[in-house]
Design a protein around this ligand. Sequence first.
Ligand code: VG1
Ligand code: CO
Length: 562
Amino acid sequence: SPIKEIPTKPFEGQKPGTSGLRKRVKVFQQEHYTENFIQAIFDSIDAKGQTLVIGGDGRYFSPEAVQIIFKIGSANGVKKFIVGKDSILSTPAASNVIRKYKAYGGILLTASHNPGGPNNDFGIKYNVSNGGPAPEGVTDKIFEKTKTISSYKVLEAPPVDLSKIGETKYGPSEVSIIDSVADYLILLQEIFDFPLIKEFLEAHKADYPILFDGLNGVTGPYARAIIVDTLGLPESSIQNCVPLPDFGGGHPDPNLTYAHTLVDVVEAKNIPFGAASDGDGDRNMIYGKGAFVTPSDSVAIIAHWADVIPYFKKGGVKGLARSMPTSKAIDLVAQKKGLEYFEVPTGWKFFGNLMDAGRLSICGEESFGTGSDHIREKDGLWAVVAWLNIIAAANKKSPNKLVGINDILKEFYSIYGRSFFSRYDYEEVPSDGANALVANLNKAISTNSLNNTVHTSSNGTSFTISGLYNFEYKDPIDNSVSKNQGQVITFSDGSRVVFRLSGTGSQGATVRLYVERYVPATASPEELAKPAAEGLQSLIDVALELSKLKEYLGVDKPTVIT
Ligand code: VG1
Ligand code: CO
């Protein structure tokens, strides 16, 4: 079939953010908009004669976008496409498929936890051959190409039916439609002690039921394969596990605000272990009756317990890492175990080089992202099964008393102390106000005006500022530098406050305020067991006051607290 060259003009703002280009569906539906961005990807890579994976969470506009990728990809010389059935591949599953089949890269159609449907969000993300999100060097190049694009290439062939597994053709290109779940299930079975988990959950069907909520995102079929088909648990162990193009109208984000379908059932039915994942399957929340695990604690606890997980027992733990705003709980585990540890900017792409270099095994972000070097994306169901593996192992050690989430937390705090952590999100605020807030902090950084000043909260607790800086990261592997990654304020008692602008929103600006206060293991058990909101209130007061956040943003309360 002949290749056509279609004239086009650049669109403004096709800049990939923390995790790809995310905009309203209506924006992607504009004539040439999606085509331009896809062509810009091909102009930035050399995919001629290569294999490319297409994945996605199945959200609204995915079927159209896949056919556009066939047209433009084939015209740009892609030899073979590997696509999940019905264009479904969770983000972690896609990362695995890229690695397993040694593909050149992959295009992921997702806006993660952002709502979907005709009036909500769509997204396109490019991943490289290690299975991870493209590094900034590549995304910068894509953005540059979108600014000067004048035409794109298409190869017109009949659309591919994605509902049948098997091999087919698109013009001269091969198309392999694969089972969305099979490879991922094999991967997890190689990592975790499924027989141990199964034995524990079978023996405790009555007193330790579990519940996974897919929030109508992509993880449904994966969760069914793991929890019902492999672990043999009843249907009642999973809910909202059919992926829907609009996620049933919900906001598929696993946190206490948006995953209320999980929280409600866990509370009503006294379920000791519950979990949820986001739209594209890379986030997770662990939540049981009366027990919430912050993501910062979750990754630290997985690292602490790593040797009960066969993958780490066999391969060892090479190093640990977290994104900058994530609490320092995992640092303490690294120090105790004598492991190397890293602090990288927000976004999973920054972990990839360290993993490829064999220096990082387990890492996480405070934003409900947890994972390891088994792939190069964060992995929601991996974290859920990791927790089940840990709980099964802990119970094996304690045959006479049922060990639950809170026991694991309590023990962890008694060894390492506790990092109280919370994040306030101010979503879709005016960009001007958000920029002014950041400019004001930057001014305080350059003039040292806040250093050593004392700030007292409404309840009378005083905090002295010991440092103020704009976080910058130099990748130890390729020496690339990422600047302006967030304003950090440290206090003399070890507490920390971070301000950051989100890079995943599709409208206005989103300001994130992260607060962390450390209480050592020597504190009283009551102090260590306090609700996070209580442990942090005075620090939050001070952070809001000294940044004048409410004045700059013109809002009184955050939209989401996690
Ligand atoms: C947010 C999170 C960040 C995460 C990113 C992608 O980015 O804070 O930790 O890596 O989302 O996750 P930002 O720039 O909005 O703070 V996902 O599951 O949306 O791909
Ligand atoms: Co996600």
